[in-house]
Design a protein around this ligand. Structure first.
Ligand code: AMP
Ligand code: MN
Ligand code: MN
Ligand code: MN
Length: 280
């Protein structure tokens, strides 16, 4: 049996909420034996150029990607755009608008934190010092650094999570529009971490139905540290909806030691890999 391709189609750099610069991410992936890596920062392609420069010298094949926040009914979902053209003008315009939405959102969350007697202006300044497009993860880290909570998870549990004291509802663009933008930029739309949304199994199937009708063609069957039963469920969903399968660590930083780069995530044999159509 030939050795399986070491491929990871979902990672973050410090252009969003990852901790490594794009080149450092590639260096670490190369050292860990990753052969094909997609950089998929939240709502930005700003890290791709630096990553590509480093990938060429380190012999890693870089898949240009992005992870776009979308709305499906009242649920925020994440759609990975893989093999996109990061210079596509319509995509760049859309991501510029996403960036504005994110910058406005973090200001609103910080105003809420101020109402909760936390130093909202200082927390905002800490987030804005980062090179990345702001996410709630940046705020969670600022809350930890300021000694207001002990872990990022606690920051979500207490303040930032859905329904919590500083949560701000965000009107992300509709799922159908996001899938359309990815396709117009020449990319493949892959629904990220389907097991992570707070949906009943019926609602999850409706989401997948709408995603497929919109032109989505892939499902992230193996995501990060997913338990085996999630992989089986997601593989069954991919087969039921005629979707290709993707694998990704969703790597952000080395703090999550259980989710390292280069672990060689295994897509079940019964699912057709999304990368096959790209000659990999
Ligand atoms: P946003 O896209 O701005 O809503 O931020 C969400 C990001 O925060 C995710 O991509 C994760 O990286 C991180 N995140 C979400 N939920 C949690 C959690 N419970 N604990 C720690 N980090 C989280
Ligand atoms: Mn993230
Ligand atoms: Mn995500
Ligand atoms: Mn992600």
């Amino acid at each position: 049996m030939s050795a399986a391709l070491n491929i990871d189609l979902h990672t973050h750099s410090n252009r969003s909420d990852g901790s490594l610069a794009p080149a450092a991410l590639i260096e670490q992936a190369a050292a860990a034996g990753v052969e094909v890596l997609a950089l998929t920062d939240h709502d930005t392609v700003a890290g791709l150029e630096e990553a590509q420069g480093c990938a060429q010298t380190r012999g890693v094949k870089l898949v240009p990607g992005v992870e776009i926040s979308a709305s499906w009914r009242a649920q925020a979902v994440h759609v990975l755009g893989l093999w996109i053209d990061p210079a596509a003008p319509a995509l760049l315009r859309m991501l510029e608008a996403q960036g504005e939405l994110r910058r406005a959102r973090v200001r609103r969350i910080c105003a809420r934190l101020t109402q909760l007697k936390l130093p909202g202006a200082d927390l905002l300044a800490a987030v804005e010092r980062h090179p990345g497009l702001p996410t709630r993860a940046h705020l969670a880290h600022a809350l930890v650094a300021g000694g207001h909570v002990s872990t990022a998870e606690a920051a979500f549990r207490k303040y930032l999570g859905k329904g919590k004291a500083a949560h701000v509802a965000t009107e992300w663009p509709a799922l159908e529009a996001v899938v359309g933008w990815i396709r117009a930029a020449g990319g493949v739309a892959s629904l990220a971490h389907p097991a992570r949304y707070a949906l009943s199994s019926g609602a999850r199937r409706r989401l997948l139905g709408d995603f497929t009708v919109a032109g989505g063609t892939s499902l992230e069957v193996v995501s990060g540290g997913n338990a085996a039963q999630h992989v089986d469920t997601c593989a069954a969903l991919a087969l039921a909806f005629g979707l290709l399968g993707s694998v990704g660590s969703d790597f952000h930083d080395n703090r999550a030691a259980w989710n390292p780069l280069g672990r060689s995530l295994k897509l079940p044999d019964r699912v057709t890999p999304v990368w096959r159509s790209f000659g990999l």
